[in-house]
Design a protein around this ligand. Structure first.
Ligand SMILES: O=C(O)CNC(=O)[C@H](CS)NC(=O)CCC(=O)C(=O)O
Length: 277
């Protein structure tokens, strides 16, 4: 499986973000990638809900998604739109943080709504209340492709290991973690958590990152940690994209999934237990 990872510094204008992403998809296809993957909220990084209401659309009308679909078909490339911020179906008035897998004919093959909301006070200057803007999903999703089975997750989900275990036990070989990780947690938590998820499940982990300083939002600049990573099923970091935006292409050998699980079959050793009381 040849995968292309897009590391981005998305702004809050979906059309401008599209101008950045489309040439990278063409480059990915030129390099023989079968799938290109993008980070969380590829279409719009914004903490300004009023602005979001003016630029975000329903999935079926969304110009960003429609363009990705036609480009995927034209290039014969699968695309994981790591996540897109989209309007939710009424009566829900918040948005959804939705990961969308597009096949090489331009059809939506799978969709997953981020389940765990980042309602966290990392520091006085870094506080998030994702659930005020986004409605969480409640369904875990794996997606079969010709090159392997993907487990779909988003960002803060990374801290909930039983989700990844469930995805692996349902057949996932490659766990996708499109993210916009905060600089207040990334340096300590990002890489070890990703390595742990890979080791626990014997899956490849593809972690896509937003990076750098995003345009001002509600008077604050938003910074993200970067460091898109690829981790092998044995826990090795095969790629670290650093902090610059850009495209990285990597070959994954899925026989290494079976090999890792043969050596340490922990995924089949769950016990049921009672308590703690
Ligand atoms: O609001 C948006 O624009 C899109 N959503 C995000 O960027 C979300 C919520 S603010 N970010 C995370 O989940 C980071 C998690 C993280 O950094 C950690 O777990 O330490």
């Amino acid at each position: 499986m040849r995968a292309a990872l897009l590391q981005l510094t998305s702004g809050d204008d979906p059309r401008a973000n599209l101008d950045t992403v489309l040439p990278m998809l063409r480059d990915a296809a030129d390099q023989g990638a079968q799938i290109a993957l993008t980070p969380e909220v590829t279409n719009c990084v914004s903490l300004d809900r009023a602005h979001q209401r003016t630029v975000l659309e329903y999935e079926e009308d969304d110009i960003f998604l429609t363009t990705l679909k036609s480009e995927a078909a034209r290039l014969g490339l699968w695309v994981l739109a790591g996540s897109l911020a989209l309007r939710a179906e009424p009566p829900e008035t918040r948005f959804v943080n939705r990961s969308i897998l597009i096949d090489d004919a331009g059809n939506v093959a799978a969709r997953y709504d981020k389940m765990h909301m980042f309602d966290v006070e990392v520091s006085e200057t870094e506080t998030f209340r994702e659930s005020s803007g986004y409605a969480p999903g409640d369904r875990a999703v794996t997606a079969r492709t010709p090159f392997g089975t993907l487990g779909m997750t988003v960002c803060y989900d990374l801290r909930f290991p039983y989700l990844y275990r469930a995805l692996a036990q349902a057949g996932a070989q490659v766990l996708c973690v499109p993210s916009a990780f905060s600089p207040g947690t990334g340096p300590w938590h990002w890489q070890p958590l990703l390595q742990a998820r890979a080791i626990e499940t014997g899956c490849y982990v593809l972690a896509l990152a937003q990076t750098g300083t995003h345009p001002a939002q509600r008077g604050r600049t938003r910074k993200t940690y970067g460091h898109s990573l690829v981790v092998s099923p044995w826990g090795e970091v095969l790629l670290d994209a650093g902090t610059d935006p850009g495209l990285h292409v990597i070959d994954l050998d899925l026989t290494r999934v079976d090999e890792a699980r043969r050596k340490v079959p922990a995924l089949t050793h769950d016990r049921s237990f009672t308590g703690p009381a």
